[in-house]
Design a protein around this ligand. Sequence first.
Ligand code: G3H
Length: 484
Amino acid sequence: KKWEGESTPVYSSIHTINKEGIYAPTLLGSIPYMSEPEADEALEAACNAFDKGKGLWPTMKVADRIECMERFVKQMEKQRDVVVKYLMWEIGKNLPDSQKEFDRTVEYIYDTIEEYKQLDRDCAKFQKRDGVYAHIRRGPLGVVLCLGPYNYPLNETFALLIPAIIMGNSTIFKPAKHGVLLITPLLEAFKNSFPKGVVNIVFGRGREVAAPIMQSGRIDVLALIGNSKSAVALQDQHPFKNRLRLVLGLEAKNPAIVLSDADLDLTIDECIAGTLSFNGQRCTALKLVYVQEDIVAEFNKRFSERVDALKFGNPWEDGVKLTPLPEPGKPEYIQELIDDAIEKGAKILNEKGGETTENYIFPAVLYPVTKDMRVYKEEQFGPVIPVIPFKKIEEPIDDIASSNYGQQVSLFGKDIRTIAPLIDNLVNLVCRVNLNSSCQRGPDVYPFTGRKDSAVSTLSVHDALRSFSIRTFVASKDTVYNNR
Ligand code: G3H
C-alpha cells in the first residue's frame, strides 16, 4: 500500500564529516510513521489472509507456496548491494559481515524451501496402527507477529518470517529500530511474490504498533529475537496468553572455558572472534572468559595485545573489525560496567581499553572479574571482555549451572580424557558446546536454541518449520483420502 501519511527520518549510526564540516550522522531516508489505526489495518489484512485457516494462503498447495517463495528470493537476490549498504550505514556492520548476513539469509531461504519439500514428502506417507491409517500433515498456526533484533536485522528477522510464511501462516512483521531501511528495497519483492495480506510490515514504536496488535487477542504466535523484557511486555498485552505460542530467541551470557593445555594461538584467535565480532553485539558472543590459573597471565598478555591491534573505522574500510555502535547510550553503558568493575577490584589490561569517541568505546579487557561485578551478571552486548581466573573446572561449571542463561559454551583444551566428561556435563546445561571454537549460531541448518531464559522453541532450518506449524492428522480405515 502506498504510504501517504507522516514519515520518520532515519539517520545512520555512522558519523562522517558533512558539508558544513561537522562530524555527524547522515540522513539515510525515512519510514512511515505508523500508529494504532495502521497497525489495526495490518492486523485485519493478516487475519483475512488466514481467515481461520480458510484463506487462500493456508489452503494453497505446497508446490504453489514454494513457487511464491522462490519468486521472492530471486527478486531479493537482486537487491544485495543496496541491502548491504544499508547494513553498513544503519547498524555499522563491516562490509564482509554485511555481505555474509545477506548471503546467509538467501541460503537460509533456499535451505528452507528444500526442507519444506522434504517435510511434504514425509507427510505423504501413511502410517497404520491398530487398523487405523493416519495421514499426518503439518498445518499453519495462524497469524504470526515477528520482531527481529538490530544486530541481524535481515538474517534473524527472516529466520522467523520465512518459515512462518512458507508453512502457511500469515504474518505481521515489525523491523528492528536500527536496520529498518534495509527492508525497503525488499518491499516490491514481497508484494510481487505473496498474495495480499500474507506479509504485512508495520513501522513504528512498539507501544504504538505492536502493543495494539497483541491486545487484539488475534495473534496466534509471537516470534521474537531480542530481549526478554520486550518479549514479556508483548506477551502481557495478549488477553488470552494460554493460547499464544512463542518462538523466542533471547539473551545469553556464553562463556569460554580455557583449560591449561589449550592451544593458545587457536584459543586467542577464537576468543577474539567470539568476543568482538560485530563489537560483541551478538547473542552468541562470548561474554565471559574463564581461564585456568596457570596460563591466565600468558593468555591475558597475548589476548590484550591482539585486542589493541584491532582496527576501528567505518564499516566499508579495509580490515576494519571494530565499528561505531548503533545504540545511543551504549558507550556510556559499557563505561558504567567498566567503572563498576574497577571499583570492585578489576583492572583494564589493554592500553586502549575504554578509549571513547562519540559513538564508540574501545574494547576493554577486564581482569580479574568477580561475581559481584555488573559485567559478570549483565549481558553486556558490546565491547567489554571480562576474564575470570579459575583453579578447578568445577568453578566455571557451577557458575554455568546457576546462570539464568543456557545457550552455548566454548571449551578450549586438548586432553580428550578431561574434555569428554566435561562435554557430557555441559550439553545438559546449555544447548551447544563448541570444542576449540567460539560460540556462534551457524551453520543455520544446526539447532539454534537455549535453556532457561535464553530461548523458547528452536530455530534451525529444520526446527523452524516445525516451530511455526502443528502436526495434525486425518484418521481413516483406508488410504482413500489423500489431499495431495
Ligand atoms: O545475536 C545472535 C545471533 O544469532 C548470532 O548469530 O553467531 O551467527 O553471529 P551469529
